[in-house]
Design a protein around this ligand. Structure first.
Ligand SMILES: Cc1cc2nc3c(=O)[nH]c(=O)nc-3n(C[C@H](O)[C@H](O)[C@H](O)COP(=O)(O)OP(=O)(O)OC[C@H]3O[C@@H](n4cnc5c(N)ncnc54)[C@H](O)[C@@H]3O)c2cc1C
Length: 187
């Protein structure tokens, strides 16, 4: 049996590294754990779903666990969160988010590509209300999109004026919404 390579995180970094390992080592056993529902999606296209420039939600997703298996013989486990690493024992503890089942998985090599999460500024009153959204993955943009359409929301405030905030505001405008973009002034 080849090397057991485990990858934590299945989007840009994790998916690329898994595919690269396969190209370098035909015998490796490669497993990717992704705590979210999707792997290998196009973060860059997420805001464009709001305006339907990207027409279908599925168009945001480039690879699935099935296509990873078929193309690269890589075992991709979504809704699977790595909870801890036992470096001495060379194994990780994984929790299946859908069932709550926990199990250990041994490794020879471990790659961490867990990315980052949006900040929710606690200093803003109401930041945890249900109609306050973040934009990081396909589930996030779907929740925002559904809410805006279901409630026929006319005015949307976008907090954060970097390129992601700008693209979200641009696409909300394209979708016929009024969006105000908030950016903290640099001191
Ligand atoms: C809306 C948006 C638009 C963007 N547009 C552009 C662009 O136009 N150009 C550009 O260059 N970049 C863009 N980016 C940035 C780019 O998407 C990121 O730089 C890139 O996704 C980072 O890849 P990553 O693999 O390091 O992390 P991520 O994409 O964040 O992936 C990490 C994954 O690891 C998973 N994870 C974390 N912890 C665990 C755990 N313990 N167990 C299992 N899984 C775990 C997370 O669920 C996550 O899905 C954009 C980002 C966003 C959000």
């Amino acid at each position: 049996m080849g090397k057991r390579v485990l990858v934590v995180g299945g989007v840009a970094g994790g998916a690329s590294v898994a595919a690269r390992v396969r190209r370098l080592d035909a015998d490796a056993s490669i497993t990717v754990f992704e705590r979210g529902e999707h792997v290998s999606f196009s973060n860059c296209s997420l805001p464009y779903y709001l305006s339907r420039t990207v027409e279908e939600k599925d168009d945001l997703v480039m690879m699935t666990p099935e296509s990873f298996k078929a193309s690269y013989d890589i075992d991709v486990r979504v809704n699977s969160e790595v909870l801890s690493i036992d470096r001495a024992g060379k194994k990780v503890l994984v929790r299946e988010r859908t069932t709550g089942r926990e199990y250990e998985e041994p490794y020879d090599d471990l790659v961490l590509s867990p990315g980052a999460s949006p900040i929710r500024p606690k200093s803003i009153p109401g930041v945890d209300l249900p109609h306050v959204f973040t934009v990081r993955n396909v589930t996030d943009i779907d929740l925002l999109d559904r809410y805006v359409r279901r409630e026929n929301a006319g005015d949307v405030v976008v907090v954060g004026g970097g390129f992601i905030g700008l693209e979200v505001a641009e696409n909300l405008k394209e979708a016929g919404k009024t969006s105000a973009l908030w950016k903290r002034r640099r001191r």
